[in-house]
Design a protein around this ligand. Structure first.
Ligand code: XIL
Length: 367
């Protein structure tokens, strides 16, 4: 037995008394999602460096051990990065790119055109021509600055309406946004063209939620076919993947599987761009109840097990389509930082400890 000095004995026993769970957890080698899926697809997270000390050492260890690509959760969106025509906020995006560069991680740009988190100045007094000029200039500056430093851009985010019916399913069913009202339905094609002008090589995504099922899926196919026919330089469909345990019925898994096949048939790549699986409440792209700040009910063992099984099934589908799926990104680092923190949706809990989902995801990787 190793002899301990009185001081180190006291230090060791004090530490053991107060932080035993943490030490015990740290002693077990943490499974790594990015290692398990190396050569299959990239594994990402979403976060921002809002300040230099944003993350503590344990969080930084999760970021670098689990993920090889980062999406800025907010800092590259039109509103945050370009709040006025003559104002750009580069500090947070640059801090993120710097971190990714130093840690051999890739970066995805999110997002160029959206109805949300977008400055009103884009539309003030704007004719179609003026709005398009502003959009082109926005995209040229942003995509141009990060050319060669990001692997892809979510060019248009969430352009399709929620819900729908048999009639809308035969149409694009575009959301009634300022972009649609000011420019018309070709705002999407124009945005893709502007992005391609600014970077000839970067991947260009259409990104949306709930496009894998039902009427909205039908509309997504109508829209994507039109974009391709019009020569929009789109490379990838981003399925956001904001799912919930209640919504993940056997039928829904089947729909996800088929949707990926449908996009593949259009010769598009597929990325799962904002994955989370809430324990309670609805999924989808709208921030409903259970967002940040809501104290969560402690998950039960049954809920954690059901979540682990759901993640394993989802990753099984992504692996099946590994020829088309090139990235799976979780929307957030751990449950406390999640935009749906009240619904415990991620693979790490509020203290950054692995949940049963982590091992299940790793176990679903091809051997
Ligand atoms: C969310 C962020 O996570 C929140 O911090 C922010 O308050 C609102 O936006 N679809 C998207 C993401 O494309 O940009 C959204 O991110 C979640 C839904």
């Amino acid at each position: 037995m190793t002899k301990l000095s009185r001081r180190s004995f006291l230090a060791a026993s004090t530490a053991a008394a107060f932080v035993r769970p943490r030490r015990a957890a740290a002693a077990v080698a943490l499974a790594s999602v990015k290692e398990a899926y190396r050569g299959v697809f990239l594994i990402g997270t979403a976060l921002d460096f809002r300040r230099p000390d944003e993350f503590d050492a344990a969080e930084l260890a999760i970021i670098t051990s689990q993920f090889n690509v980062i999406t800025p959760e907010n800092s590259m969106k039109p509103g945050p990065i370009h709040p006025q025509e003559d104002t750009w906020n580069w500090a947070q995006p640059e801090a993120l790119l710097d971190f990714c560069g130093k840690n051999a991680m890739k970066t995805v740009g999110h997002c160029l055109v959206w109805h949300s988190q977008t400055g009103a100045w884009f539309f003030e007094g704007a004719s179609r021509e003026i709005a398009l000029q502003r959009l082109r200039s926005h995209i040229a500056t942003l995509v141009g600055r990060f050319k060669g430093r990001v692997i892809g851009w979510d060019v248009v985010n969430e352009a399709i309406n929620d819900g729908g019916n048999d009639t809308t399913a035969a149409t694009e069913n575009l959301r009634d946004t300022r972009w649609l009202q000011t420019v018309g339905p070709d705002f999407l094609t124009q945005a893709f063209r502007f992005a391609r002008e600014a970077d000839p090589d970067v991947a260009l995504h259409y990104n949306d939620y709930s496009i894998e099922s039902g009427f909205k899926h039908q509309s997504s196919l109508v829209l994507l076919k039109r974009l391709i026919a019009d020569g929009a330089p789109i490379t990838t469909v981003g399925i956001q993947g904001h799912w919930s345990l209640t919504g993940l019925t056997p039928e829904r898994y089947q729909q996800i599987d088929e949707a990926i096949a449908h996009y593949k048939a259009l010769k598009l790549k597929v990325a799962i761009t904002e994955l989370d699986v809430t324990l309670s409440g609805a999924g989808g792209g709208q921030l409903g109840g259970g967002g940040r700040g809501t104290p969560p009910p402690p998950p039960t063992a049954e809920q954690l097990q059901a979540q682990a099984e759901a993640y394993a099934k989802l990753f099984g589908i992504f692996v099946k389509h590994r020829d088309a799926v090139n990235r799976v990104t979780f929307w957030g680092l751990h449950d406390r930082r999640s935009w749906r923190s009240g619904q415990s949706p991620l693979a790490f809990d509020r203290d950054g400890k692995p949940k049963p989902a982590l091992d299940a995801i790793v176990a679903a990787a091809p051997k």
